[in-house]
Write a protein that binds this ligand. Structure first.
Ligand code: PMP
Length: 419
């Protein structure tokens, strides 16, 4: 436990968290007369000034539509938008800028792959393999395309601690498996999956591998070439960037072979009433005016996290998680859901006799923002026999003092329920 009276933003690990916190204006506000303790980062993270300023600067000084204009402003906007694509490429260590498709977020990225690749390649009896810990956005798009094509969804189970049963995954990955779609980091349990190994298993069976990186991208360095996967998806807003922008990375030959997901301006080569032809990727998958400023803001967020250092962020959050595990173990009646061997970024918990929504509401009155619910992972809730959990999730700007505030508020929850 931290000593009373210490600074709000003590330096943990190698990060100068006190200094970093000053980059995030939202953190300086009070909520219900108390210091804001923001522990809902898995839902979305706050934005550093560098992102806010990039967005403001672009709208104020360089704003225009991209790709089509012949004028000065349109050239500036196109340079900035394409510059952001290059930043994403470097962030993922992707081989080629043309493999980066800007989308609305992880959800749209997975829907794009399921509809376009799945629609063109899945046949009756083919199989799509996911895990029991997936977010709805890595389940439902596959269910939709399975319905359309007659393919079958298979689910690899997890154990009581939230570890994926890799042998079961391997057993389920068979002759008919065409694609496996797995999360790198579970938003409900905090489990880090052995993605490299899962990709190897998929490829050994001739299947492709999609990685849902929505939670992983803000918490650990990502290298799509080292992972060996075929598709990688993440969202800007969880990575300290704007909402409404995200990324699908896919190997170029896949993008070239896949049919368009949406039709409209920008994605065509030629249009006649008899038929149309498509622009090469990524334009083929970016129909209509894109979220230009969102992409630029995401580029600024990537500059920011790379400046801080993803290794340092990961180390800092690992220490916070260890501290939280210890502190939460001292709260009577609290049960952590998800104790996988490899975890990061968050902790999910329940009191067996107090509903998580009540926990969340009381914590809010103490200025502590957590998420209470099924976290868009209803099958995980079913697996553990709980209606919902409360979840505290961390960002680079969280401190031990935030966790102390959480624990103090949890004691208050207990006392309000007469425990
Ligand atoms: N996958 C995981 C693991 C997530 O945590 C989330 C967001 N909660 C998503 C996918 C969907 O991301 P978005 O809502 O930004 O599209």
């Amino acid at each position: 436990m931290s000593a009373p009276g210490r600074s709000v933003a003590a330096t943990v690990g190698a990060l100068d968290v006190e200094r970093l916190r000053r980059d995030f204006p939202a953190l300086a506000q009070e909520v219900r007369g108390r210091r804001l303790v923001y522990l809902d980062n898995a839902a979305t993270a706050h934005k550093p000034r560098a992102v806010l300023e990039a967005v403001q600067h672009h709208y104020a000084c360089e704003y225009s539509n991209v790709h089509r204009g012949v004028h000065w402003l349109s050239e500036r906007a196109t340079e900035a938008y394409e510059g952001a694509r290059e930043k994403v490429r470097a962030f993922l260590n992707a081989p080629d800028r043309r493999e980066i498709v800007f989308v609305r977020g992880t959800t749209e990225a997975i829907n794009l792959v399921a509809a376009s690749w799945g629609g063109a390649n899945l046949r009756p009896g083919d199989e799509v393999l996911v895990t029991e810990m997936e977010h709805h956005s890595n389940i439902v798009p596959w269910q939709l395309v399975c319905e359309r094509t007659g393919a079958v969804l298979r689910v690899a189970p997890i154990d009581d601690d939230g570890n994926l049963l890799v042998e079961e995954f391997e057993r389920l990955c068979g002759e008919r498996t065409r694609i496996v779609a797995v999360t790198q980091l579970s938003n409900a349990l905090g489990t880090i999956n052995p993605v490299r190994r899962l990709v190897e298993i998929a490829h050994a069976h001739g299947a492709l591998a999609l990685v849902d990186g929505a939670q992983a991208a803000p918490h650990m360095p990502v290298d799509v070439q080292a992972l060996g996967c075929d598709f990688y998806a993440f969202s800007g807003h969880k990575l300290y960037g704007p909402t409404g922008i995200g990324v699908l990375w896919a190997r170029r030959e896949l993008l070239e072979a896949m049919p368009p997901y949406q039709g409209g301006g920008e994605m065509i080569r030629q249009v006649t009433f008899e038929g149309s032809t498509w622009a090469p990727p990524p334009a083929k998958f970016e129909a209509g005016t894109p979220h230009i400023v969102g992409a630029i803001g995401l580029g600024a967020a990537i500059d920011y996290v790379r400046g801080v250092g993803l290794e340092a962020i990961a180390r800092h959050e690992r220490e916070l998680l260890a501290y939280a595990d210890e502190a939460l173990a001292e709260v009577p009646g609290l049960r952590v859901i998800g104790r996988a061997r490899e975890r990061a970024g968050l902790v999910s918990f329940v009191f067996d006799d107090i509903h998580p929504h009540d926990v969340g509401t009381i914590l809010d009155h103490e200025g502590v923002a957590v998420r209470a619910g099924h976290h868009c992972a209803m099958p995980v809730m079913q697996r553990y026999g709980v209606p919902a959990t409360a979840r505290a999730s961390f960002a680079l700007y969280n401190t031990r003092e935030d966790i102390d505030a959480l624990v103090a508020a949890l004691h208050r929850v207990r006392s309000m329920f007469g425990r």
